[in-house]
Design a protein around this ligand. Sequence first.
Ligand SMILES: NC(=O)c1ccc[n+]([C@@H]2O[C@H](COP(=O)([O-])OP(=O)(O)OC[C@H]3O[C@@H](n4cnc5c(N)ncnc54)[C@H](OP(=O)(O)O)[C@@H]3O)[C@@H](O)[C@H]2O)c1
Length: 303
Amino acid sequence: MTTQRSTDRQHKPVTLLGLGPMGMALAETLVQRGHPLTVWNRSPEKAGGLVAKGARLARTAAEAVAASPVTLVCLTDYDTMHKVLEPAAEALRGRCLVNLNSGTPAEAHAAVAWSGERGVRYLDGAVMVPPPMVGEPGAVFLYSGSRDVFEELLEPLTNLGDPRYLGEDPGLAVLYNTAMLDMMYTTLNGWLHATALVGSAGVPAQRFAELALGWFMPTVVDYAALARQAPDLDAGHYPGTLNTLEMNLNALDHITRASQEQGIHSDHPRLMKEIAERAVAEGRGGQNYLAVYELFKKATPRP
Ligand SMILES: NC(=O)c1ccc[n+]([C@@H]2O[C@H](COP(=O)([O-])OP(=O)(O)OC[C@H]3O[C@@H](n4cnc5c(N)ncnc54)[C@H](OP(=O)(O)O)[C@@H]3O)[C@@H](O)[C@H]2O)c1
């Protein structure tokens, strides 16, 4: 009892709404780090294990919100957050609200407006790791919006993972989140499509992995080299000294035709080829491949 009291004095009480796989990982970590935790979930039975570890289960979202100076929300999306929080809005007035579900920048801005109208101190966030990594070294959480709220909550936020504050624009956390997921899915699709291509000749993924992931990706694609070229993207500088877009277009044509010949899905390389063709049509054929960045910055032309 004495230990619990001293822990309560040291760690900010936190309320958490949402006990899906991610919410559960957040809750387990907060309890483990000694935060007095109040939880609410649509399906209350999920809280059983947490209550056994000392968390308090509230009967309503409003009751949960009233228990702590800060409420973390980890529900499916912003629509769900609004649905759950609307009846708890009065209890939230004057308190901090940190949203950790995924979404879009426009939804983050709408959440700021909703909070502002109700006197709620809002911070937007995004979780960049899967549930088992929460609280572990290497876990990064993104935040944007009110710097005051971020700094005030640094202790509980740091207990969840390395908190990166991206700026006052509240849309930045989810924007970075979607951008990195964009990169993740594109990379995964590259690996899966390439594996299907060699698989069409009976090569098992396990054999291809050794060369493709063990050597090609780190050595030829080389993320460190991409980072060194980032200033060129900012400057719009694409010298075609070592490779040109014309040459890369040839390679993209080969990937598309090989996919068709081997009887596998060919939309993915065809789209990459069409993008490079458009860049060439814009007069960028003599620039290097990174010049497709100029196309990606513009909305897709619609016929
Ligand atoms: N899981 C991951 O690997 C991961 C990684 C990074 C970010 N995220 C983000 O974290 C957020 C939560 O994800 P999650 O994995 O925990 O699972 P999820 O399935 O996206 O969210 C489940 C949570 O939302 C609640 N919920 C859904 N619809 C509801 C409704 N109509 N009314 C009230 N509550 C509702 C669920 O309640 P019930 O328990 O009652 O169904 C549960 O608490 C998402 O935005 C996700 O994109 C997840």
